[in-house]
Ligand binder design. Sequence first.
Ligand code: CA
Length: 265
Amino acid sequence: MRATPKTYPYEGEQRSGEAIASLWAKRRHPGGSGSAGMRILIVEDEQDLAIALARGLRRQGYAVDIASTGEEGWEKGEVHDYDLVILDLNLPEMDGLEVCRRLRASKPDLLILILTARSRLEDKVTGLDLGADDYLVKPFHFEELTARVRALLRRDLRVREPILQVRDLKLDPASRTAWQGKRRLELTAKELSILEYLMRHPGEAVSQEKLIEHVWGEDADLFTGSVRVHIHSLRRKLGDDAENPRYIETVVGQGYRLRVEEGSV
Ligand code: CA
C-alpha cells in the first residue's frame, strides 16, 4: 500500500487565501479571524523600542508579547504557540542567533524575523542559515516592519511548501530542515535531498539512477557507489540498520524504499 505524504497545515487542499487565513486562524486560535488571530513575540532588550513595536502591532490587530532577554525569548517561544517571532540579535543572557537556532530546531512552523543593528553580511547569512525567514536592519521604519510581517504571514499561509511527513520523519523543503521526532537531523545537502526524494515517494522502491537524476541532476557523471555512501551516512544519522531497517530498506535489484509502516516487512 502506498501512503501519501502528510502535509501541513492544510492537507494539500487548494483554497483561496482568505479561506486559508480563516481556517488557519480557527485552527490555531479558535474564535479568532484574520490578523486578530495572529500571535507575535517580540524579543528585544531595548525597552522603548519593544514597547513602541508592541503598541503599533497591537493597533493592527495582532496579539503581542514581549521578552527582554534571549533566555526569556527562548522560553516564551518554546511554551507558547506564536505565529511569528521578531528577534533582536544583540541580547543579554542568550545571543539572538542561539535563540533562533533553538526555536527553529523545536518549532519547524514558527516564522522568525531577525531585527538587528548588525548590518554585517555574515550575521545575516548566519541568521538565514539558522532558519530565520527574513531579516531587517535597524534603524527601520515601522511601516517597513509591518509590511514584512504581513508578507511573512501571507507567504506562510499561501505559498509555503507543505512540510513532508512520513511516520516520525518531518522535512521542510523550504528551509531545508529535517526532524526525526523532535530531534533535528544534522544532514548534508545531499543527504537531505535524498531523504526528501524518498519522502516524496514513500513505500516506493527508488532506483539509484533516479536518485542521481533528482539529487545530482541529469548530467551528473556519478557511479552509483556514491549514492550508497550517502545512503549509508543517512541511515547512520537516522539510527537505522541496513540489515534490519526501520526506515530505508534496500530492495535488491530495484534500489531503496522508505518504509511507511513500523514492524517487519
Ligand atoms: Ca539589543
